[in-house]
Design a protein around this ligand. Structure first.
Ligand SMILES: *Cc1c(COP(=O)(O)O)cnc(C)c1O
Length: 359
C-alpha cells in the first residue's frame, strides 16, 4: 500500500488562471513565471499549461537551457540574470534573454565573445533596493549597454515592492512608477513591469510585458481570496486519517506535549508532516478539512504526521479524506496561520507526496 498523501496538480486550473492574466491586461505580453519548479507545480507541467504564454521567466540557468533543449521556442528570460562570465556563451547560443542589474554583470558582458547577439533586460532599482541600477544611474547604464556590439535589444524592467498594498506609506507603486517612467522616458524598447499583484490591483499600468507568477497557480497576493479574483487553486494537498486516538481530559498530544485536551476527545492522525512540505511552525488551530468538515490542527507537526481535532467531524474513521490545502481550503489561510505566505508553502512541497496530474 502506498502512503495516502497526494499532491494534485490541476493543469486546467493553471490554463484558466493564465486566461485571467490575458483578460486583466489584454494589451500586454505575458511571461509566465516558472521559477522554483513552477512554484512547486513542476516545470514540465507548467510548460504544457502555459503553452500560450509569450515567454517563460525563471531564475535557474540549467532549467532555462533545458527548456530550449525540450523544444520551447518562444522567449525565455532569466530574472536575476547570469552569475559567471562563462555562462554567457551558452545563454547566447540558446537565445535566452537575461536581466543585467549591476556593473559586475555589465563588465562581464562587455568582455564576452558571444556566438549570437543577446536580448538584455536592464533592471532598475526603483525603490526595492534589491537588484538593479538606481534611476540616477540608469541612463549611463543604458548607454554603456547600448555600446556593446553583441547586445541586440534592450528592455526596461523593474519590480514592485508593495504592489499588493495600493496605499503603502513608504514605497507605493505610484512612486516606483514615477521613478521608472522618469528614468526611461524616451528610451526605445519594451517595458517589462507587473507581477501578479500589480496585474490584479493595478491593471492600468502601461507596460509591454507582465510577469505573473503566483496568480498562475491560483495563489493570491494580499488579502483577497482566489475566488474574488476569478482564480482557481492549482495545487491540492490531500491525505487520510491513518489512526484515531480517543484521549482523556488532561492527555496531551505529540512532541513537546504541546496540546492538552480540555475534555475527552478524538484525535485523528494524518499522514502528512514537515518532510512533505507542511509547515512545522503551523500552530494549533490551523485549518484542516476532514471529510469535508473544517477542523483544526492540534499538537506539533512532526516529520511524517500531524494531528487534528475530530470533534466536529461526525463518523470520522481511518481512511477519512483530509485536505491540507487546495480549492476548498486556500493555501493562504494555512500560510497566514503559519506566519508565512502561500508562495513559500507551494515552493516547499517536497518530492515525497505522490503527484496526481489533472489534465
Ligand atoms: C517571482 C517574480 C515575479 C512573479 O511574482 P508573483 O508575485 O509571483 O507574481 C515577477 N518578477 C520577478 C522579478 C520575480 O522575481
Amino acid at each position: 500500500m502506498t502512503r495516502p498523501l497526494t499532491a494534485t496538480i490541476d493543469l486546467n486550473a493553471m490554463r484558466h488562471n493564465f486566461s485571467v492574466v490575458r483578460s486583466s491586461v489584454p494589451n500586454a505580453k505575458a511571461w509566465a513565471v516558472v521559477k522554483a519548479d513552477a512554484y512547486g507545480h513542476g516545470l514540465e507541467r507548467a510548460v504544457r499549461a502555459f503553452a500560450d504564454a509569450d515567454g517563460l521567466a525563471l531564475i535557474e540557468i540549467d532549467h532555462a537551457i533545458n527548456l530550449r533543449k525540450t523544444g520551447w521556442q518562444k522567449p525565455i528570460l532569466l530574472l536575476e540574470g547570469f552569475f559567471k562570465a562563462d555562462e554567457l556563451p551558452e545563454l547566447a547560443e540558446n537565445e535566452i534573454s537575461f536581466a543585467v542589474a549591476c556593473d559586475e554583470q555589465m563588465a562581464m558582458l562587455e568582455k564576452a565573445v558571444l556566438p549570437k547577439p543577446v536580448n538584455v533586460h536592464l533592471k532598475m532599482n526603483s525603490g526595492m533596493n534589491r537588484l538593479g541600477y538606481l534611476p540616477s544611474a540608469y541612463r549611463t547604464a543604458y548607454e554603456r549597454l547600448s555600446r556593446i556590439p553583441s547586445v541586440k535589444s534592450i528592455s526596461y524592467m523593474t519590480h514592485f515592492a508593495n504592489s499588493e498594498d495600493p496605499s503603502h506609506p513608504k514605497v507605493p507603486v505610484s512612486e516606483q512608477l514615477r521613478r521608472f517612467d522618469g528614468a526611461t522616458a524616451g528610451l526605445p524598447g519594451e517595458r517589462n513591469l507587473s507581477n501578479s499583484a500589480a496585474i490584479l490591483l493595478h491593471p492600468y499600468i502601461r507596460t509591454d510585458w507582465v510577469r505573473p507568477g503566483i496568480m498562475l497557480y491560483g495563489g493570491t497576493p494580499g488579502g483577497k481570496s482566489a475566488e474574488e479574483y476569478g482564480l482557481i487553486a492549482a495545487m491540492s494537498l490531500d491525505s487520510e486519517i491513518i489512526q484515531i486516538q480517543n484521549i482523556r481530559k488532561g492527555d496531551s498530544v505529540g512532541y513537546g506535549s504541546l496540546f492538552t485536551a480540555e475534555a475527552d476527545m478524538t484525535i485523528g492522525v494524518v499522514a502528512c508532516g514537515y518532510a512533505d512540505g507542511y509547515p512545522r511552525v503551523a500552530p494549533e488551530g490551523t485549518p484542516v478539512i476532514v471529510d469535508g468538515v473544517r477542523t483544526r490542527l492540534v499538537g506539533r507537526v512532526s516529520m511524517d504526521m500531524l494531528t487534528v481535532d475530530l470533534t466536529p467531524v461526525k463518523g470520522a474513521h481511518v481512511g477519512s479524506k483530509v485536505n491540507l490545502w487546495g480549492k476548498e481550503l486556500p493555501i493562504e489561510e494555512v500560510a497566514v496561520a503559519a506566519g508565512t505566505v502561500g508562495y513559500e508553502l507551494m515552493c516547499a512541497l517536497s518530492s515525497r507526496p505522490q503527484v496526481i496530474e489533472l489534465d
